[in-house]
Design a binder for this molecule. Sequence first.
Ligand code: KMH
Ligand code: ZN
Length: 311
Amino acid sequence: MDKLIITAAITGNITLPVQTPHLPLTPQQIIDDAVRAANAGAASVHIHGRDPKTARPTTEPAVYREIAAGIKARSNVIVCVTTGGTADMTPAQRAQVVPALKPELATFNMGSINFSIHPIADRYKDEDYKYPWEKDFAAGTKDFIFRNTFGDIEKLVQIMAENNTKSEFEVYDVGHLYNINFLVRRKVIKFPIWLQFVTGILGGIGANIEEVVHMKQTADRLFGSENYVWSVIGAGYPAEFNLATLAIMMGGHARVGMEDNIFVEKGVLCKSNADLVEKVVRISKELGREIATPDEARKILGLKGRDKVNY
Ligand code: KMH
Ligand code: ZN
């Protein structure tokens, strides 16, 4: 088995400030916590930007540049930039960060789903919210179609290729593997590919062992195990750690982070993304699987290297 690649998703765009006081919000907080997560064992950090004043998710390239450059100055970790954006952004707005930064790695969402966090809006009292946008943002996702049409996907494939940025294909359901397969057959997507199985999102596949095994078997059948490397996200607690453990045992890789889960133990908020990374490092070491350094992860994923980014 390859060494374990741990990805830390530092702040995301669906975790709300009301949910945890420890969520990194400003560029400096995101940089500091990404470096902490890297020092704890993350080979890759998945980055979303937030408006420095309002903490609302943004796709403003200047914010991403500040964050990516700030991390690069202090750590060798791979910076994986989101192209997921958020509810009010078009696919073109979401992609603009790729030509701007030419990152080594960027996420690439493989299908359209009703990506929803609307139940969170009912969990808190109006006076609990820290920012005026939070409640409507969450409630509005009830009718949010996270758009990733074949047309959008073709455009993004081209943008990624032009900038020599590797795709981290986010697969929220088994059908998304078939979308990849269709594009592989059309020679739009080329092997080897890096897959992130995203489970536990309302609107997508559930976070349980059976679904991960099903996705892995489907990927094996469609692509051949030699043509892809995979990782898993189990959104929520304890799914994040249960599915990371499963991936450790199955030869996959694991993503943790406050984008997906805010608890390090039942009812105990993590104070930093590093707490979540450290827990997976402990589990992996107990199970005899070593942790990949950023350079080892670059080799496994076939990345161009941090000397070829534009930040
Ligand atoms: N914003 C979500 C709808 C990504 O980073 O690529 C999806 C998302 C995925 O955050
Ligand atoms: Zn993300």
